[in-house]
Design a protein around this ligand. Sequence first.
Ligand code: MLC
Ligand code: AMP
Length: 478
Amino acid sequence: MASGGKTHSYADLLRASAGVAAALLDGEEDLREMRVASLIPAGLEYAAAQWGAWRAGGIAVPLSVAAPEPELRHVLADAGVGVTVVSRRLKDRIAPLCRRLGVRLVLIEEALDAEPGPLPRVSSERPALILYTSGTTSKPKGVVTTHANVEAQITSLAEAWEWRADDRIPLFLPLHHVHGIVNVLGCALWSGAFVDAFESFDLDRILERVGKRAYTVFMAVPTIYVRLIGALESAGADERRRWAEGFGSMRLMVSGSAALPASVHERWTTLTGQRLLERYGMTEIGMALSNPLHGERRPGAVGQALPRVEVRLTGESGEVIEGEDEPGEIQVRGPAVFREYWNQPGVTQASFVDGWFRTGDMAVLESGYYRILGRLSVDIIKSGGYKLSALEIEDTLRQHPAIEDCAVVGLDDATWGEIVAVAAVVGGGAELDLAGLQAWAGERLSGYKIPRRLEVVADFPRNAMGKVMKPAVRALFG
Ligand code: MLC
Ligand code: AMP
């Protein structure tokens, strides 16, 4: 792995994670599923904290390095975190919160060098990870996956995409979500491959390395492919040729986390000669559907079930759809499917039917390939590959002193997939403009949840029952 200007071996990672485990255990035999949060940018230290938590018998709860305080507070409190491992330079961001919540703080730089000690035996049925994901409830929920679940998610991809020890992949996706954690970091480390870690999506540096043919595998969300297309199209002839050849020479380039428009798929092939492999997944299940590594990669489609993943479609009254061309909800079963939502047995129970997880996504099977049609809930927005809850954003914006009520919707956008838009009813005489609202929201919500469009309205379009009609709210934005 390369990070922080250094290259680290697997032996380095093993040694560093043993130090972290010892620092976390602090003389105890086993953390016994204590939640271990981490606030660490991508790199050796992040991986050592994850492995250290696991080796000590803890549950890893990775935090977003870009989250504002209220979001960090929600995760620490909801997960009942006992200890947070943090990079020295991010310490000030979380130390006061940890103090208030009585959470122990450990500096990763010190933990790495701790003297390794005895480690507990951790069964694969114990929980490994809690990842926070937005849904149809206001606040994000903790998705609990066991070691066996994580292993199933990784090995399914390792097999389907033929991961190898001589693979080299750049890691620039956020490390509090499954795409970066499982598909990139997890699969690479499982396979003994080389990970080039970036602290964020650094377009220039990544293109420079692609031009030098540094990578064999590449994984990104559609927004990133749109940006890469823009960079290639505006580059001079030499650079454009170098980058295009770098991308064209990779053995595999994957897109996922949001719909890849067929036009982007085709444009990428024209520019680089590379056919993107689109797949479909979710925090709760890892990856479920994928176009084939060998065979037709169909633009606009997400292929077929991955190894050891069972997928079915069900109709409105719950009947299983057997044939093709009939849309239904995607349901998934298998060893990769998560165990539960943290502390939410009712929500967990409602998410399963006869042992099948209800994804809330609609799809149709056409000539052997699934095609995603959209989501059952209008209150879920996908922007830049992040899943957002309109309800969470509305709840936060309603705390704004000028906002009496609001309705949040996602608007189609060529770069971001969807952007967040808010229609707001403003209290008597108050002023509200987009820039001011964004500055206010930026202290309370992650950047990708901040509204990009604002319409001030007298009231919302409502149906006969008085319920806000979101499609009509969307139409207000033209
Ligand atoms: C940022 N900006 C946005 C925005 N996010 N505008 C509209 N909508 C958004 N969502 C604006 C900023 O305000 C800023 O504007 C400019 O874009 C650059 O912001 P940034 O924060 O620097 O962006 P950047 O770091 O480049 O991030 C873009 C990105 C990032 C695409 C790299 O969004 C990203 O990493 N997305 C991946 C998320 C992910 O991994 N999802 C997987 C979830 S798991 P200005 O005006 O200041 O320039 C999952 C399961 C599965 O989904 O199947 O994988
Ligand atoms: P998350 O909850 O962040 O893991 O996001 C999972 C959601 O992302 C899924 O439920 C889908 O709605 C969406 N998604 C993932 N991959 C794709 C894809 N290839 N096409 C369309 N939507 C996708």
